[in-house]
Design a binder for this molecule. Structure first.
Ligand code: C5P
Length: 314
């Protein structure tokens, strides 16, 4: 048993986020295409001699994440992951968790989910548990809809709550320019705004539903497997985008600016407020990022590449 291990897990963007009508459990059926990207959360787990579980959080070297806004009590997703793992295996071990945040907080990029995924892998290792991928995935799904994808990584279709994953091929690197805001958006609030608009219009989204369930866009999957960046850019679609723009109207300035520098595609990432612009190359991404910084439409601008691997030991 190692006394201490470090695990890295990725943030994500959703290239497609199609949302069906809310179910009795309060969750919405999704068809989403996730891509893991090269902004990471890092969790170091150090085994304790008692049964306490502690967590500390610091920003990574880029300083893009508001680490001081993350809770350090039992509501922290990494702590919840450690407790869920311990309960599943019926042990009473303790651990000190240290999170180094590289994913902006409440940004629509699943940073908290990445913490949970990294904590599951790290604790399984330091507690010497014989936990295979499918049992970790089951615990991950109980922690949040995006946690299984942070374990999985790569590019994948998510159905159900977004937690039922099927890998899909992506034949090229995609370079994303991420315009982030210090003031985050609450995911439940964005879904509630989506519900409000959908209730008025029957279907707020325009999403194709089969038996009330949204479907992954085959044209997008083909563009990804062909490595056709221009086609991918034209097919980006997020049903939560209008709700995020209603709650954070200043984001339209980011869209206008991104379009002025002719990005390949642009969308709100997940439930926002991050706006993700797809560039045609790394050089183009650097130009787009410089421009977005110069017009001051975002608090920070990052460049990230996808697909990136899921939670892994470092
Ligand atoms: O699963 P997670 O805790 O990340 O979800 C946060 C919130 O997002 C949920 O409480 C719910 O309001 C909303 N959500 C949803 N449908 C999904 C995923 C999330 O309504 N498929």
């Amino acid at each position: 048993m190692s006394a201490s291990v470090t695990v890295r897990a990725p943030g994500k963007v959703n290239l497609q986020l199609s949302v069906g009508p809310v179910g009795a459990d309060g969750y919405h059926p999704l068809a989403t295409v996730f891509q893991a990207i090269s902004v990471d959360e890092t969790v170091t787990a150090t085994v304790r001699s008692d049964d306490s579980i502690t967590v500390t959080v610091t920003p990574d070297h880029r300083g893009v994440a508001e680490a001081d806004t993350v809770p350090v009590d039992d509501s922290n997703l990494a702590v919840r992951a450690a407790i869920a793992l311990r309960d599943t295996y019926g042990i009473d071990a303790g651990v000190d968790l240290h999170i180094t945040k590289g994913v902006p907080v409440a940004a629509g990029m699943a940073g908290g989910s990445a913490d949970a995924a990294a904590a599951l892998v790290a604790c399984a290792q330091v507690w010497d548990l014989d936990a295979d991928a499918s049992s970790l995935a089951g615990i991950a799904a109980s922690l949040g809809a995006d946690v299984p994808f942070a374990l999985h990584g790569g590019t994948a279709v998510g159905t159900g709550r977004g937690d039922q994953l099927t890998s899909v091929p992506c034949a090229t690197e995609l370079t994303w320019v991420l315009a982030t805001q210090r003031q985050g958006l609450s995911t439940p609030a964005v879904y509630a705004e989506f519900d409000r608009v959908s209730a008025r219009t029957d279907d707020g989204s325009g999403t194709v539903l089969v038996g009330g369930v949204p479907q992954a866009n085959d044209a997008l999957l083909t563009a990804l497997s062909d490595g056709d960046i221009a086609a991918v850019g034209g097919l980006l679609a997020n049903d939560l985008q209008q709700a995020a723009l209603t709650l954070a109207p200043h984001l339209t300035d980011v869209f206008d600016a991104a379009r002025r520098v002719e990005v390949v595609g642009v969308m709100v990432s997940g439930s926002g407020p991050t706006v993700a612009a797809l560039a045609s190359s790394r050089d183009h991404a650097a130009e787009v990022a410089d421009y977005l910084r110069s017009v001051r439409v975002a608090d920070r601008v990052l460049i990230a590449a996808g697909p990136a691997p899921g939670a892994r030991l470092v």
